[in-house]
Design a protein around this ligand. Structure first.
Ligand code: SF4
Ligand code: SF4
Length: 263
């Protein structure tokens, strides 16, 4: 008899050896299940990034590109690098930077056609059907979290002459694969949306609605990325947000980001 993902997760949770620490991914999966039973207005999705654990592998960046079929130049979750300390005691720190899903988002009010807005669960959505590609929101975002989809392909400018790269077609199938952002199917053809639109991280909303954690969370090899409903006091995310060493980027701007960092 086929086993469902939920049954598999339940088996792993219930068979964890006594005394072993609980895997945060399994805990977050349980937290997610609870959150999805609530009304959408009662949820408040948030993310925590533990910078002490991030090893800068960029698995999350790649997982996001694959999940959302992102073309060249469109990146939802880069991992930035910074140098900290004073010479000679310096080290590097890796800072993943998704959209902060700000509670007070400067990108929303500048949109002349109301194509970008805050949903009831706090995620900032872009309506690709309405977006006219003016890019005012790109300029307004203080985190650089928005990029424009120019319709580029990875094989653009690649050699097309027969036989130069054996077996290579002019456009690879992955370049035209559809994405499922915001619960819709977005075919990649001609100049159709999302080509010509502004794009950004949406906490993998389509995965959440299907009962799955965001792709970056499940792929993080350092277990540095946490996600959940900050309105749930029993969720792992809530205890992490309550940590003494938590901070947010550019808080002084009053944007009230829902992405938190542990230092
Ligand atoms: S990080 Fe930028 S794009 Fe995301 S909600 Fe805040 S202002 Fe808008
Ligand atoms: S996958 Fe995890 S460890 Fe790797 S860069 Fe992203 S956040 Fe850091």
């Amino acid at each position: 008899m086929p086993v469902t993902t939920q049954e598999l997760v339940q088996f792993v949770v219930s068979s964890a050896p006594v005394g072993m620490p609980e895997d945060p991914l399994l805990r977050m999966q349980e937290d997610l299940k609870r959150a999805l039973k609530k009304d959408v207005k009662a949820r408040r999705w948030a993310m925590v990034l533990d910078l002490r654990k991030c090893v800068g592998c960029s698995s999350c960046t790649i997982a996001c590109i694959v999940e959302n079929k992102l073309p060249p130049g469109v990146v939802y979750r880069p991992v930035l690098e910074e140098e900290i300390g004073t010479y000679p005691n310096v080290t590097r720190r890796f800072v993943p930077r998704p959209c902060m899903q700000c509670d007070n988002p400067p990108c929303v009010n500048v949109c002349p056609v109301n194509a970008t807005f805050k949903r009831a669960d706090g995620i900032i959505e872009v309506n690709y059907d309405q977006c006219i590609g003016c890019r005012y929101c790109v300029t307004a975002c203080p985190y650089g979290a928005r990029t424009f989809d120019f319709g580029e392909k990875y094989t653009n400018r690649a050699p097309t002459q027969e036989g130069i790269i054996v077996g290579r077609a002019r456009v690879e199938p992955y370049e035209t694969a559809a994405s499922y952002e915001y619960g819709r199917v977005w075919e990649r053809k001609g100049q159709d949306s999302p080509i010509g639109n502004v794009r950004k991280c949406h906490f993998c909303l389509h995965r959440l609605n299907a009962g799955m954690l965001p792709a970056c969370v499940t792929t993080c090899i350092g277990r540095a990325t946490y996600f959940g409903d900050a309105n749930d006091p029993d969720a792992l995310i809530s205890s992490l947000i309550g940590s003494a060493n938590v901070t947010r980027l550019k808080e002084e701007l009053g944007t009230q980001p829902k992405v938190h960092y542990l230092l």
